[in-house]
Design a protein around this ligand. Sequence first.
Ligand code: FNR
Length: 403
Amino acid sequence: RENFLKINKRETPPFNTHPVQLEKLAQQTLSRNGWLYASSNAGLSHTHLANRQAFYRHKIVAPQLIDTNERSMRTTLFGHQVAAPFGLAPIGINKIYHPQAEVPVAKVAGELGIPYCLSTAGSTSIEAVAQANDTGRAAKAEARVPDGPRFFQLYMPHDDELTISLLTRAHASGFTACMLTTDTWQLGWRHDDVATSNYAFYRGIGADLGLTDPIFKKRLSEKGIDPDKQPAEAATLWIDTIWHGRAWSWDKAVWAHKKWQEISGGKPFLVKGIQRVDDAQKAADLGFEGIIVSNHAGRQIDGAIGSLDALEEISEKVGDRLVVTFDSGVRGAADIVKALALGAKFVFIGRLWVWGLSIMGEQGVRHVLKGLLADLDILQCVGGIRNIGDIKKSLLQSQPKGY
Ligand code: FNR
């Protein structure tokens, strides 16, 4: 089995990976604004709680005396082999969390064979992130670890030339799948961010992904903004370009899908933010290759359902027509298994890796991810799960939806 799954039995772990401890440590490490940006949710955090509650109504009922000695957590995703059934959800402005921003995250993901997704709001250029991910891939902890897809997340500007430029750069840098986020035309009403004027804070943090784009540079010069002399104004224009507050509709998502397919030669395109069966069916009818059942970690609509509560019916209805993936609220291997049992093909984690990055940069991300891999390996060993394909609904005992 993969060497990297061997938990640190001989080394002293750098920090406790219990999610509550991770949050505490991240809070201690980050600036007040940084902490509030990462931890804030929409409204009263009701949906953030609902995301967790949804996991608690499913419990694992593990079969005993199964020979799990030859086990594997590998699976396939869009025709790629992947080392594990989870990847890194897109999270922007990584300079808030660490001076090296996205670079260590992409590198460690590559090292461990865990699919990485870059956000359009990234503080690093598309090209530099791809290079970091390639560096990690080249230095793999385990030679047989597969590479998997590399995702680019799109916040779609109201500027087609710019969108095409971003997609072209992503394809040229070896991103093999695109995901369009549809729940965030603007940031949700997050009291903590509003109270601390965080919108001004993160605008000043760094928006290199945008500032390195040739079309965006053209827009800056059209407006007479010199990014060397007016970095805050330039960053503000970028943030206002991607979180513009003007909603797109399905026809534009179809346009982006078509453009991505033309540019990439037919690579997959996913719609991120689906919570309704009818939307999932629409995505399938329109020919999208995948969806992410997600509510953005509860940061957009407070009072929305727990994301896991949307998953089962969506998987049942469209799981044979497109690839159903999941995020929002995953905090450990048992959560990953529950989501897979409810029909997800693949799961993304968000805040877990952000806390690791915040606490200890590259080492922190590595520690969190290796911990999650070890957690899943142990769960497979003691839970009778030889292969990811063994994870079925019958592994769960479930209570009715809601709380
Ligand atoms: C996000 N998320 C997000 N999504 C996206 O499409 N683009 C982005 O730039 C961001 N940025 C971002 C920042 C922070 C601080 C958080 C917490 C989340 C949403 C993210 O991709 C994912 O949907 C959730 O984070 C998954 O939930 P968990 O795992 O964080 O509970």
